[in-house]
Design a protein around this ligand. Structure first.
Ligand code: NDP
Length: 480
């Protein structure tokens, strides 16, 4: 069995007490990818110190020189695409096509932020007195801790790491324990691209020890976290005690509204992509479909048929369209919510059980007649479970879409331009899709949710990332 290592101060090392944990393939439980360091607090503190020591040199390196390393990393990701995507599928479960899409995204993110090395700067402002020079300067925030989930084990680290590095920060990166090897390969790529020692440090292990030590450290200037609401809220509370800057991206319960003029086949395609793509394990996954009464029966029948046609299996096999849940826990959560939905009185149209054997497979599941107060309408499941809610008209559909504590992504399927733009204006969500699935993001556009889907502080991706990863200094140059 392969043993992975931490990267601390440029050295690949084991946990200092030698403890490890296993990384297992959710599609084939006897396939163990390797053992990872179960890092202790002292090792995490060493990683923070290494990042602090590397900060002055990296932060003062000219932006284009930092960008050149990111550009090289992008090229290496391209060259190692198949290898990394295969590991991603083996440890997380998504199909190889989905995994390649994710590695491609990481490649492009590094390419994009390589360019930021040339662009990021401050502004010159008009002065109050003639002759004074008044300008702002963007500086790196400092040492940043990146804490990421398992569901996008390379794209999410990439969209945090690339801007962090482009703007001159140093990093301690803690990946999710269910998908640590893809994350390690990303760090390996950065080392291969010539990143100086200490600029990125990588520590695997439990959220409670590794994550908590990072979040509580006064030497860490910023924490960027993606994960569940409960962990995110704990991080916020802890980090604020040191006035550490925090960025949180958390859960979703994303609606797609299907209006009565919509083409049913088109709507079904969008909902299947959004709800069953990535096994429903996406923060932007479609989990509620709010359909106008006039077409609800036809839509429900067509979605049921589409779910029946999906091929579920090991993501490495050709033709498989949906992989397993990531873990035994996630499988049990999916099945538990399916049971809750049935007890609450929603009508199970298809699926509802574990599928196949040898992996954590769940059948693509569709409920109809889901009512707003039901738990399956309010709580994030993070699996391939879609609930159809019926609406009397556009206003009713919009009220149902907004009647929830999350606000990450939301879609409408319609040819009615007026309603499409009303939806865009009135939906309480950070990402709005018109005639597109709720999933799928452009890396150059700001990303982040409203309500409990985020801390509502800083957006990620695109030019918006500079706000989190830099601090602004204002400089007045007088003439004595
Ligand atoms: P978790 O919140 O359980 O874990 C996220 C990360 O936090 C992991 O690295 C985890 O480590 C770590 N962690 C756990 N406990 C602590 C702690 N006390 N202090 C610091 N760090 C800690 O989420 P999942 O990994 O299960 O990911 C699924 C969740 O992520 C879903 O709710 C989903 O909606 C959300 N998500 C949000 C996205 C967005 O952009 N809005 C995108 C993708 C996912 P460990 O793995 O070791 O437990």
């Amino acid at each position: 069995m392969q043993q992975y290592k931490n990267l601390i101060d440029g050295e690949w090392v084991d946990s200092s007490d030698g403890k490890t944990f296993e990384n297992r393939n959710p599609a084939q439980l006897d396939d163990i990818l390797g053992g990872c360091p179960f890092t202790n607090k002292a090792d995490v503190e060493r990683a923070i110190d290494a990042a602090a020591a590397a900060l002055p040199a990296w932060g003062n390196l000219p932006g284009p020189a930092r960008g050149a390393i990111l550009d090289k990393a992008s090229r290496i990701l391209e060259a190692r695409m198949d290898e990394i995507a295969t590991v991603l599928t083996r440890e997380e479960g998504k199909t190889l096509t989905e995994a390649k899409g994710e590695v491609t995204r990481a490649r492009d993110i590094f390419r994009y932020y390589a360019g930021e090395g040339w662009r990021a700067g401050g502004n010159v402002l008009p002065s109050n007195t003639g002759g004074e020079l008044l300008y702002t300067r963007r500086e790196p925030l400092g040492v940043v801790a990146l804490v990421t989930p398992w569901n996008f084990p390379i794209a999410i680290p990439a969209w945090k790491m690339a801007p962090a590095l482009a703007y001159g920060n140093t990093v301690v990166f803690k990946p999710a324990s269910f998908a640590p090897q893809t994350a390690m390969l990303l760090v390996e790529v950065l080392v291969e691209a010539g990143l100086p020692k200490g600029v990125v440090n990588f520590v695997t292990g439990s959220g409670r020890t590794v994550g908590d030590t990072l979040v509580g450290s006064p030497k860490v200037h910023g924490v960027s976290f993606t994960g569940s609401v409960s962990v995110g809220m704990g991080i916020y509370e802890k980090a604020i005690k040191n006035l550490t800057r925090v960025q949180l991206e958390m859960g979703g319960k994303n609606p797609t509204i299907v209006l009565k003029d919509a083409n049913i086949d088109t709507a079904v395609k969008m909902v299947v992509a959004g709800g069953f793509g990535l096994t429903g394990q996406a923060c932007t996954a479609t989990s509620r479909v709010i359909v106008e009464d006039a077409i609800a029966n036809d839509f429900a029948a067509a979605l049921t048929q589409a779910a029946r046609n999906l091929k579920v299996g090991n993501g490495l096999e050709a033709g498989v369209q949906m992989g397993p849940a990531v873990s035994e826990d996630q499988l049990q959560t999916d099945l538990e919510y399916i049971g809750i939905g049935q007890k609450e009185g929603a009508k199970l149209l298809i699926g509802g059980s574990q599928a196949g054997d040898g992996g954590y497979y769940v059948q693509p599941t569709v409920f109809d007649h889901v009512e707003p107060q039901m738990r399956i309408a309010q709580e994030e499941i993070f699996g391939p479970v879609i609930g159809i809610m019926r609406a009397s008209d556009f206003e009713d559909a919009l009220a149902k879409a907004n009647g929830i504590g999350f606000g990450l992504s939301a879609a409408v399927v319609t040819n009615d331009l007026q309603k499409a733009f009303q939806f865009a204006n009135r939906i309480d969500a950070g990402v709005v899709k018109i005639n597109e699935p709720t999933t799928g993001l452009a890396l150059q556009a700001p990303f982040g949710g409203f309500k409990h889907s985020s801390a509502n502080t800083f957006k990620e991706q695109g030019q918006a990332a500079i706000e989190f990863y830099t601090r602004t200094k204002t400089i007045y140059v007088g003439h004595g």
